[in-house]
Design a protein around this ligand. Structure first.
Ligand SMILES: NC(=O)NCCC[C@H](N)C(=O)O
Length: 255
C-alpha cells in the first residue's frame, strides 16, 4: 500500500522569468529544466513516492516551487499567503490538490505571510524562518494552527538567503544541517552539523537512510555517506539559478 505521496508541479514555459533575490540572474534553459524536473519526479517515484501533479499555472513562473504554497502537519494543510505578491495565485490549485488527498485546510490571512520554504519540521518542532517572505503575523497564525496539534513553533532569523530551508534542513536523526556562511544562527538548533557546500544543506528525506540531494554538493554527499546515509543525487542546476533547491520542488505528504 502506498502511504507516501508528494505534490509536484510541472514547470511552465515562463520559468526563466522566475524571481531572484539574493543571486545574479543567469539564463535558464527551460528544456533542460523540464528534463531535470522529470528526473526529480522519477527519483521520488523510484523511492516509493506517488507523485500527484498540481495543475501548472502558466502566469506564475515560480509555480514549480510548489513547496512554498503550504505546510502540512499531521492531517492539516496550512495554505500559504506568499511573501511575494506575484506568487499568491499559486495557492488555490495547490489547496484543491491537498484537500483531495484528505487533508483539512487552514489559511494564513493578511497581514500574515509565509512561504512553505521557510518552514522546517524536525519531529514536532516546527522552525519558522522570519525573513523576507515570512513575517511575524504569519508565524503567529501558524502557531495558532499547529500548536493545538502538538507542534512547537520556533521562529528563527533568515537574512542571508531566500528561505530558511535555503540555509538549513535536517537529517533523519534530527540533526540540522547547514552551510554556516549562510546560516544566520546555527545555535538556534540543538544539534547542528556544518556542511561544506551551500546545496549540501538541502536534503529531502526519502525514507529509511535515503537522502535526495542536488548534484552540486558532492562533498556534502560524501559526508552523509560516511554517516551511513545513501544520497540519491539529481541535477537541478536550472532551478538553482532561480534560488530553488530539492526541497522546494515537492510537498511531501507522509500519511
Ligand atoms: N522553497 C524554496 O526554496 N523555494 C524557492 C523559490 C524560488 C523562487 N524563484 C522565488 O523567489 O520565490
Amino acid at each position: 500500500m502506498v502511504t507516501q505521496r508528494a505534490l509536484v508541479r510541472r514547470p511552465g514555459s515562463r520559468l526563466a522569468d522566475g524571481l531572484i533575490t539574493h543571486i545574479e540572474r543567469v539564463p535558464v534553459d527551460v528544456d533542460l529544466a523540464m528534463t531535470q524536473w522529470q528526473q526529480y519526479v522519477d527519483a521520488l517515484a523510484e523511492a516509493g513516492w506517488e507523485c500527484v501533479e498540481v495543475p501548472p499555472i502558466e502566469e506564475c513562473p515560480d509555480s514549480v516551487f510548489v513547496e512554498d504554497t503550504m505546510v502540512v502537519f499531521r492531517d492539516l494543510a496550512v495554505i500559504a499567503r506568499a511573501g511575494a505578491d506575484e506568487r499568491r495565485p499559486e495557492a488555490a490549485e495547490a489547496e484543491r490538490a491537498v484537500a483531495a488527498q484528505g487533508y483539512r485546510i487552514a489559511h494564513v490571512t493578511a497581514p500574515g505571510t509565509f512561504d512553505g520554504g521557510d518552514i522546517l519540521k524536525v519531529g514536532t518542532t516546527v522552525y519558522a524562518g522570519l525573513g523576507g517572505r515570512t513575517n511575524q503575523a504569519g508565524i503567529d497564525q501558524l502557531r495558532g494552527f499547529l500548536e493545538p496539534l502538538g507542534a512547537e513553533v520556533v521562529a528563527v532569523p533568515v537574512r542571508k538567503v531566500l528561505h530558511l530551508k535555503s540555509a538549513v534542513t535536517a537529517l533523519p536523526d534530527g540533526t540540522v544541517i547547514g552551510y554556516e556562511p549562510l546560516t544566520d544562527d546555527p545555535r538556534a538548533f540543538p544539534e547542528f552539523l556544518a556542511v561544506p557546500e551551500e546545496a549540501g544543506a538541502h536534503v529531502v528525506l526519502l525514507g529509511e537512510n535515503r537522502l535526495l540531494m542536488a548534484a552540486s554538493a558532492p562533498r556534502s554527499a560524501e559526508l552523509f555517506r560516511e554517516r551511513g546515509y545513501l544520497p540519491v543525487v539529481v541535477d537541478i542546476s536550472e532551478f538553482e539559478k532561480l534560488e530553488g533547491c530539492v526541497t522546494c520542488l515537492s510537498v511531501r505528504l507522509r500519511a
